[in-house]
Design a protein around this ligand. Structure first.
Ligand code: PRP
Length: 209
């Protein structure tokens, strides 16, 4: 049988995830010296580095048993997997932001909202009974209000630096976000003992609260 395969989110969460794996006592030499390689040995496990949404795809299809991915990507894309634990890493907030000094909610015109998270944005404004026009952007969403493509954005805010350096500010926080461990549904049945062992190990070393 192949080793348990774990999909890791590259970028924002990568460093903190590797640090956590080191605390678990896993040999992270390959992860730390990965070059351009995408499948890496981590202790007895196999790790795959992928974009957040792809982590979910690999876990849902069962080609990876476990995934480490942000709650933001889970609420935007997630469906069929088990969400097992909050790693308390990569903490940030989903928020609405707009140009400093403007009143996003002012007036009766339909607001244009740019975001990488159209589903989250749609659900949020629907819950407020507000009709908005959603514009999907793939990255650096902060550009949209600066270029007057949008009245505001829905995005994750961590330190708030990107907003600040671009003359934007948080209008309203929507929900807190952090990294989660997800597990493929079939793997949970077929490889329960190995998965439980992984979860116990990670639980012992993860930051509390
Ligand atoms: C995220 C997010 C903001 C920024 C927030 O982008 O979309 O742009 O980080 O972080 P801050 O509050 O600490 O400044 P990311 O770095 O993931 O890249 P992207 O914009 O290309 O998606």
């Amino acid at each position: 049988m192949r080793p348990l395969r774990i999909a890791l989110t590259k970028g924002r969460l990568e460093k903190q995830t590797v640090e956590l794996f080191e605390k678990m006592g896993l040999d992270c030499t390959e992860l730390l010296n990965k070059g351009r390689r995408l499948i890496l040995k981590v202790g007895d496990y196999e790790a795959v580095l992928a974009k957040a949404a792809d982590v979910i795809t690999y876990v849902e299809h069962g080609v990876c048993d476990i995934g480490v991915v942000g709650k933001d990507t889970i609420v935007e894309n997630g469906k069929s997997f088990y969400e097992m634990t909050d790693l308390n890493l990569g903490k940030c907030d989903f928020a609405i932001a707009a140009k400093k000094g403007t009143d996003f909610f002012d007036g009766y015109n339909i607001k244009r909202v740019a975001t990488k998270y159209p589903n989250v944005t749609k659900a949020y404004f629907e819950s407020r009974g507000m009709d908005v026009k959603i514009i999907k952007i793939e990255g650096s969403v902060e550009l949209a209000p600066l270029l007057d493509l949008a009245d505001g954005i829905v995005d994750i805010v961590e330190t708030g630096r990107t907003l600040k350096e671009n003359g934007l500010e948080v209008v309203e926080k929507i929900m807190p976000v952090s990294a989660r461990v997800i597990v493929n549904m079939a793997s949970m049945k077929l490889r329960r003992d190995e998965i439980d062992e992984f979860l116990e190990r990670i639980e012992k070393v993860k930051p509390q609260g």
